[in-house]
Ligand binder design. Structure first.
Ligand code: NAP
Ligand code: HSE
Length: 590
């Protein structure tokens, strides 16, 4: 669920995750996209995220060299101003990566929250911050990205927190804001008795206390950070990105296990268009976890933006399935062929991720039955809301007491076109632009006439109300029927037209659903959706209102939601394999 900040009686947030990304994870600038996957994972669970980042690997050394070349000593006070720039740059890059997928992310300079340091300008300790300012920023944004490694001295000059100082930044912020979790994300999935890169049989700790951790950690966690966590009773998680297991450092006794090594999962991509190419690019950065075994397309000779090796591309579904993929990702659209491919995936023992609302809405029960029969997963988060986790939010509100009604802008193409029409763009050109930007369905009629939104409403009815709503039960109004008069009238009244999708219960408790074009005042929550943005208002039966917004269409937001499902399946599969290989499985830190 798109998180709102929940505070305890002391005005501290209770659903905050602090995630620290070190240089071993940010090993090149593109790795910020992998950090974004990790952040999105917690956002779609309804947590707020504060991401604390180190510099991209090698950048601090490069800055040191540059400083030495220009003059002055490494320990000169001015060198601290230079060396903190690596973290600032990484924070800005990560915020950009998060914006690309539609998250409301904000990079925050330590000086902005008065993150106070005291001591030596090159090895300082943190000693205070402006809580109110930080809370206000957390209230206003989904994700804050904070450069680690530095604070501000009383005289306003920057100070560095010593080697590994970003660990201290994360731990300090976690304690100060009463975070639900502080997770240090490294290149190994926990603490090991010996370095697993040198000894593959090394035991991994499921849990360990702070003092023991200090002895075995070597330099993998900063000493000051561990000591600060111990003093304040903060449990820390040490984990690798995209992995399920973590070592929990807390007062608990140590428990060590030989970790099961999960194998790479074979992934078949069905479709290599707007969404498919995005998922391909993400999987390419996760070659340690996944191997792409085949890519199904209609036209093998088409030029592709993210060129894939020719031997992977095929127009023959039989050939793609012959590689026995572990995961099938269906991104072709339509109903009949997609249904056959999904069923084929289950039959062959694969889990299936689909971005295709049309097929899941039309054949919901059959597809779920096929998944259950095969003992496999069916995931389709991207089918509704693009990068906005709408189905997850509906599940959560339903579980918390029930959904009363939903109202939203859930088709990015229609919203984009309505904005362009209001700018006096001709209808056909607006449609063409939406197609060029990758928002529209293969046949844009689905967007214009409300069929795409209708399929999404059917899935929302399943998740929010556990009701089997059929597409033909939904009243629809087409964008084609919107005359120039109505657009002009809205403009003259200072209002905006939106395609509004709704599900409500009538007095008898029956559901009714509609997709209508409504003229809304500019300050209406749905009126403020711009371009391809989606927005959703959920009224809960307990009287609460939940609002979500983000990018509802386009390559990167959609590929993010698909990737989140793929990574979830990897973690699930890892869990089973771990259970099989160990008689006493270690406790999981989900
Ligand atoms: P797209 O750009 O049109 O790509 C579709 C891909 O599927 C193409 O690579 C096409 O092959 C291939 N394909 C289509 N039918 C096929 C068939 N029968 N056999 C083999 N390959 C076939 O579509 P998209 O925008 O990526 O959308 C894919 C799915 O994601 C749709 O279900 C859509 O509703 C959903 N979705 C899209 C977005 C978005 O913003 N675009 C957002 C959320 C969900 P060729 O390349 O050879 O033509
Ligand atoms: N065509 C769809 C839209 C894609 O514009 O919303 C996202 O489901």
């Amino acid at each position: 669920m798109r998180p709102t900040i929940v505070k305890d009686n002391y005005n501290k947030p209770v659903n905050l995750a602090v995630l620290k990304f070190g240089g071993s994870v940010l090993d090149n600038a593109q790795a910020v996209h992998s950090a974004a996957h990790e952040i999105y994972r917690y956002i779609r669970r309804g947590e707020k995220v504060m991401a604390v980042v180190s510099a991209i690997a090698g950048e601090t050394d490069a800055l040191m060299e540059l400083g030495a070349e220009i003059g002055g000593s490494d320990n000169a006070p001015g060198a601290a101003s230079l060396l903190r720039l690596g973290e600032i740059r990484a924070a800005a890059l990560l915020a950009l990566a998060l914006e690309r997928i539609g998250l409301d992310a904000r990079a925050v300079d330590p000086a902005e929250i008065d993150l106070r340091a005291r001591g030596n300008a090159h090895n300082a300790a943190l000693c205070g911050l402006d809580h109110e300012r930080l809370l206000a920023l957390l209230d206003a944004h989904e994700v804050l990205v904070i450069p680690g490694f530095s604070g501000v001295l009383d005289d306003g000059q920057p100070a560095l927190l010593g080697r590994g100082g970003t660990d201290l930044s994360a731990v300090y912020l976690g304690v100060a804001m009463n975070a639900k979790r502080v997770r240090l994300i490294k290149d190994v999935d926990g603490l090991y008795a010996d370095d697993p890169k040198h000894d593959a049989s090394s035991q991994r700790f499921g849990k360990i206390n702070w003092n023991d951790a200090r002895h075995i950690c070597g330099s993998s966690i900063q000493d000051h950070a561990l000591e600060y966590a111990r003093q304040h009773g903060l449990a820390l998680e040490i984990a690798a990105s995209a992995r399920r297991f973590a070592t929990r450092i807390s007062p608990d006794c140590a428990s060590a296990h030989a970790p099961a090594r999960t194998r790479k999962l074979k992934v078949a991509l069905l479709g290599f268009g707007t969404v498919g190419e995005g998922v391909y690019a993400h999987l390419q950065r996760h070659q340690h976890l996944f191997e792409i075994s085949g890519i199904l397309v209609r036209d093998a000779d088409k030029e592709r933006q993210h060129g894939a090796p020719a031997h992977l591309i095929s127009t023959d579904a039989g050939e793609v399935f012959a590689h026995r993929p572990d995961i099938v990702v269906e991104m072709i659209g339509g109903i009949d062929a997609a249904d056959a491919f999904i069923q084929n995936g289950f039959f062959g023992g694969a889990d299936v991720v689909s971005a295709n609302k049309a097929v899941v809405a039309a054949n919901f029960d059959d597809l779920h039955k096929a998944a259950t029969r095969a003992g496999r997963e069916l995931r389709y988060s991207a089918a509704v809301g693009g990068g906005v986790p709408m189905l997850e939010a509906l599940d959560q509100v339903r579980e918390d007491g029930g959904v009363s009604s939903v109202q939203g802008v859930i088709n990015g193409t229609a919203n984009f076109i309505l904005d362009r029409l209001a700018e006096n763009c001709p209808f056909d050109q607006a449609v063409r632009e939406a197609q060029e930007k990758g928002f529209a369905e293969a046949d844009p009629s689905a967007d214009l006439d409300g069929d795409d939104a209708a399929a999404k409403l059917c899935l929302m009815a399943r998740h929010g109300f556990k009701v089997n709503l059929r597409v033909n039960q939904i009243k629809k109004e087409s964008l084609r029927d919107l005359g120039a008069e109505r657009i002009k009238a809205a403009q003259s009244e200072g209002k905006v037209i939106r395609q509004v999708s709704e599900i409500r219960r009538n007095a008898k408790g029956e559901l009714s659903a509609s997709i209508t074009l409504q003229t809304l005042p500019r300050d209406h929550y749905l009126a403020a959706a711009k371009g391809e943005q989606n927005r959703l208002m959920i009224k809960a039966q307990n009287g609460k209102d939940v609002q979500l917004r983000g990018k509802g269409a386009g390559r990167w937001p959609t590929a993010e939601a698909v990737m989140a499902d793929v990574l979830d399946i990897h973690r699930l599969r890892g869990q089973y394999e771990e259970k099989i290989s160990q008689s006493a499985p270690e406790p999981a830190c989900a």
